[in-house]
Design a protein around this ligand. Structure first.
Ligand code: SF4
Length: 270
């Protein structure tokens, strides 16, 4: 059985929502929030690819193994203006405007508002990015991983290399979660499981990067061997339920409010 993380998340949110989407294949339109998130991911993908391209070509390398290549260098807390022309704040803003998906908004005014908000968000991202050196290892890295009898496919938004190991970063444009939620996040556990086979070096941290027009919030967590075992157990239970075609609904106000099938579901809580 093959599954993407978004399909798994749908099943965990409500098995009937999964059934509507993945078994009955009832289509639904992309929401404005999803569209905004896709625009941000696309802009940052392009940005990361420029970073990666420069690194692969060795452009701007000052010396061998210098992890600060192609990046703002900080000397005693003072920023040296050493950022290459491909990686300026205005370049990132331009990438945002190129990536912005306009069609999903109800009115032109709402689209303009979202576009402006996204521009401010990219400026905040740039500030975050400028604060420390980043050694990008991969951007939008696809993977398929066999976990507890399920074949998972997914994509890592951004992977950075540090001296101690790799860090996986996942962009979010939703409301920030709590640290406890990040520590228990199943998606991050799946990423940690996949990272064991994708990279030669250990995954030392997983970071959710919550992006907004007010700033970038990091939620950094790790996964122990026992947490990864727990994640595998969770996956096994879900696989058993899927195999048994257990699509009993689990209505709740937060889930049903955001569910694209609430109009056709007879047990919707809204
Ligand atoms: S409306 Fe609620 S109960 Fe119905 S499928 Fe959606 S989330 Fe599940």
């Amino acid at each position: 059985m093959a599954l993407s993380y978004s399909q798994l998340r749908r099943y965990r949110t409500c098995p009937r929502q999964y059934e509507f989407s993945n078994v009955k294949k009832i289509p639904w339109g992309i929401s404005e929030g999803e569209s905004f998130g896709s625009s941000a991911h696309n802009a940052l993908k392009k940005w990361g690819e420029i970073e990666l391209g420069r690194r692969e070509k060795g452009v701007g390398r000052r010396k061998q193994n210098d992890v600060r290549e192609d990046q703002l260098v900080l000397f005693a807390g003072e920023a040296k203006p050493d950022i290459p022309s491909e990686l300026t704040e205005e370049k990132l803003v331009a990438l945002w405007h190129e990536a912005f998906i306009v069609d999903t908004y109800a009115t032109r005014l709402e689209a303009d508002f979202a576009r402006k908000r996204g521009e401010a968000m990219m400026r905040q991202y740039y500030r975050w990015w400028s604060l420390a050196p980043h050694k990008v290892l991969a951007i939008e890295k696809s993977f398929t991983e066999e976990i507890a009898g399920l074949s998972f496919s997914g994509r890592l938004d951004r992977v950075e290399e540090t001296e101690a190991g790799i860090v996986i970063l996942d962009y979010k444009t939703s409301q920030p979660c709590t640290q406890d939620e990040a520590d228990a996040d199943l998606q991050l556990s799946l990423y940690a499981l996949a990272a064991r086979h994708l990279f030669e070096r250990p995954c030392i941290a997983l970071t959710l990067l919550f992006l907004s027009d007010e700033g970038v919030l990091e939620r950094t967590t790790t996964r122990s061997a026992s947490q990864l075992k727990d994640a595998e157990t969770q996956i096994r239970l879900i696989r058993e339920r899927l195999e048994a075609k257990d699509f009993r609904p689990t209505p709740s106000l937060p889930a049903c409010k955001r569910c694209p099938y609430r109009g056709i579901c007879d047990v919707a809580a809204v």
